[in-house]
Design a protein around this ligand. Structure first.
Ligand code: NAD
Ligand code: UDP
Ligand code: UDP
Length: 356
């Protein structure tokens, strides 16, 4: 119950989606920072489809114009090249704050570590300042990384986490923890309506091909007929969520009445070795779409693991189920083929790819 907030100040009925019968829903003005990225671009698609006006704010650090190009020319879509560490003035109803270098490749690159911390802290502060000034509702995309290498399994939102504050990943983990702190301080201190999502590993079409995350690595490697690189002994676990489920959860959270934080993830838990074998076992099961797309003879190659790698991760999603009426619908064996066909097209530029 601690997640309940005071009722809306502005156009509550419209913003909550509880539009009185017979009334047409008024389109909202929504900012999506990081909207040219993987998750952001899927969110933008849904908001535009719903009839809202969307302003994407992105510096194209990892995002791509191609992800949102299909909205160019739509009067309800606008794209601003802007770094969120600089202040910005906009008039909007809602802010989805996704801008953040989120790829593990960036942890290792020294100067960029500063950029990650800086984006999380100063970028989030600016967007909260904007939300405060215009009375907009603010949603933060935090991460399961706030739980660190968790000592509680599965992880509930009440768990405070086990994060190394001085490790190679802490620019990301601690950056997001600080962003959560800022959001709660603006909520308590300035009355900003905030929403906090803790996102667990998410995959799908439009993911960066070479950003080093495990699903994108395995799929790209399998398509290129390279061995799949398993780090460490491959027994560490993660829980993988398909992007449309996440976007659905983010929108429910934004429209709902609860601050959170909410875990948004798919509780299906896999070891990295199992993940590497998913396409192969699917092939063996003769599921047609996968048969078309993945090499059944893909090989596995072991590599040293990265520092401070969490041993296991799995969301407890009871809170989102109870309070948002949300749960993921797409299991890995259905989501993966959709990602594979997108990657195949982007890597080879055609449907058949590599085989011809
Ligand atoms: P992504 O890299 O595809 O998207 C991030 C976007 O933010 C990119 O378009 C990038 O150009 C933009 N960006 C980065 N720094 C910026 C800045 N300073 N100013 C303006 N734009 C900036 O990553 P994603 O997977 O779509 O992640 C979106 C959000 O979700 C991030 O906040 C990430 O931390 C969070 N998240 C993602 C996952 C996941 O598995 N994908 C898991 C947990 C949390
Ligand atoms: N900010 C912004 N756009 C706005 C309002 C504020 O980018 O429309 C930035 C502002 O530059 C500041 C931050 O958000 O750096 C925090 O703003 P707030 O008003 O909370 O703090 P203050 O400016 O009083 O320090
Ligand atoms: N991983 C792997 N092979 C790869 C990339 C990653 O085995 O090519 C492992 C990595 O060590 C970690 C897990 O997969 O244990 C998930 O890594 P990712 O970077 O995708 O996400 P995160 O660690 O942030 O959950």
């Amino acid at each position: 119950e601690s997640t309940r907030v005071v009722p809306y100040r502005v156009v509550g009925a419209f913003r909550s989606g509880k539009v009185p019968l017979g009334l047409k829903r008024k389109g909202l003005r929504i900012v999506v920072t990081g909207g040219a990225g993987f998750v952001g671009s899927h969110l933008v698609d849904r908001l535009i489809e719903r009839g809202d006006s969307v302003i994407v704010v992105d510096n194209f650090f990892t995002g791509r114009k191609e992800n949102v190009m299909h909205h160019f020319g739509n009067p309800r879509f606008e794209m601003i090249r802007h770094d969120v560490v600089e202040p910005i003035l906009l008039e909007v109803d809602q802010i989805y704050h996704l801008a953040c270098p989120a790829s593990p490749v960036h942890y290792k690159h020294n100067p960029v570590k500063t950029i990650i911390s800086f984006t999380n802290v100063v970028g989030t502060l600016n967007m909260l300042g904007l939300a405060k000034r215009v009375g907009a509702r603010f949603l933060l995309t935090s991460t399961s990384e706030v739980y660190g290498d968790p000592l509680e399994h599965p992880q509930k939102e009440t768990y405070w986490g086990n994060v190394n504050p001085i490790g190679v990943r802490s620019c990301y983990d601690e950056g997001k923890r600080t962003a959560e702190t800022l959001a709660m301080d603006y909520h308590r201190g300035a009355g900003v309506e905030v929403r906090i999502a803790r996102i667990f590993n998410t995959y799908g079409p439009r993911m960066c091909i070479d950003d080093g995350r495990v699903v994108s690595n395995f799929v790209a490697q399998a398509l290129r007929k390279e061995p799949m690189t398993v780090y460490g002994d491959g027994k560490q676990t993660r829980s993988f969520q398909y992007v449309s489920d996440l976007v659905d959860g983010l929108m429910r959270l934004m429209e709902g009445e609860h601050v959170g934080p909410f875990n948004l993830g798919n509780p299906g838990e896999f070891t990295m070795l199992e993940l590497a074998k998913v396409p192969i076992s699917l092939y063996a099961a003769r599921i047609p779409v996968v048969q078309e797309t993945i090499d059944p003879n893909a090989k596995i190659e072991f590599r040293p693991n990265t520092e401070d790698d969490p041993h296991k991760r799995k969301p407890d999603i009871s809170r989102a189920k109870d309070l948002l009426g949300w749960e993921p619908k797409i299991p890995l064996h259905r989501g993966l083929p959709m990602m594979v066909s997108d990657f195949r097209q982007r890597i080879f530029g055609d449907q058949k790819g590599g085989d011809s």
